[in-house]
Design a protein around this ligand. Sequence first.
Ligand code: ADP
Ligand code: MG
Length: 342
Amino acid sequence: MRLERIGEFGLIARLKDKVCRPNQRVVAGIGDDAAAVRVPSKGLLLLTADVLVEDVHFNRRIQTFWQIGWRALVANVSDIAAMGGVPKHALVSICLPKTVSVEQVEELYDGMQAVADEHHFQIIGGDTVSSPRDLVVSVSLCGEVEERELITRGGARVGDLICVTGDLGGSQAGLAMLQLSGTRKKSHRASLSAEQWSAVRDRHLRPQPRLYEARLLAQEGSVHAMIDVSDGLAGDVGHIARESGVGMEILEEKIPIGSQTHRVARYLGKSGLDFALHGGEDFELIFTLSPVDARRAAEKVRGETGTPVSVIGKILPAQEGSVLVSPQGKRNPLIIEGYRHF
Ligand code: ADP
Ligand code: MG
């Protein structure tokens, strides 16, 4: 169905039906001039926003509308998680080209609502406008955290170990394969089985935020600094170094990279390490804490969520800079290079 048949308000009414859930905290949701929510009497509000622009952050030839919606909310949930908090309310603004159908917008919202349902928060408003060409999805997410559980990028201390959840580079490997195929042709599976191929693709198409893991770490209280991996390991540890005023060494051989990521990289004539360092959107957590606390925290995360935690390096004094140590012991400056918008 064409958007012009039901217009802006017809569309908003449909989206409201899709995302509205009874919620004690929400006094006014979609349908008023502004949403009104009850705020807790103590603790901190966390506020984050992410804009996704067609052909910069997603590609309609590779991703379905459902996957674009999923990805848009996961990026925000991951940011709230990295602060140690829980997501509560989202505002979603969409700029729609005339060629997008009502069904496609509904599919976009199904993808977003799937994330909201999984992590127990609500879409309570937004804005809907037309766009001359590209689809743009902008999400603002509000979350909460108790002050003593807040974890910033700025708290890393000299001597801390640097840990990472899961493995890195998978999203970039999935994207590279999807770009190669353009479609989902079998010929470009890098001799992966059907099951492995869908796992590689899902790392890009259906990333998972590490919200439970982050909450365990926040409640545990021993983490000094944390960030989610959205721009690749090199860039994101760089943010910790800068904000904390420290240096660091990362041991190349300790960086967790999945066997399928290596396999895809080899097939494409690239390196899995490059995917991990400079890819992005893995949405894993990087965190630092003292060596005595690291073992306990890692065991707790693995025990309660099944997610592995790897120690990949340690925090050094600022004057030692940030280095990547090769398996042969060669120390190279950690080149900090994420996606460049400008
Ligand atoms: P206003 O003109 O006051 O900005 P709108 O007509 O844009 O109001 O929006 C009406 C209601 O619908 C508001 O509650 C707004 O938050 C909600 N809304 C509009 N667009 C969206 C959207 N894309 N997703 C969710 N809620 C939306
Ligand atoms: Mg409006």
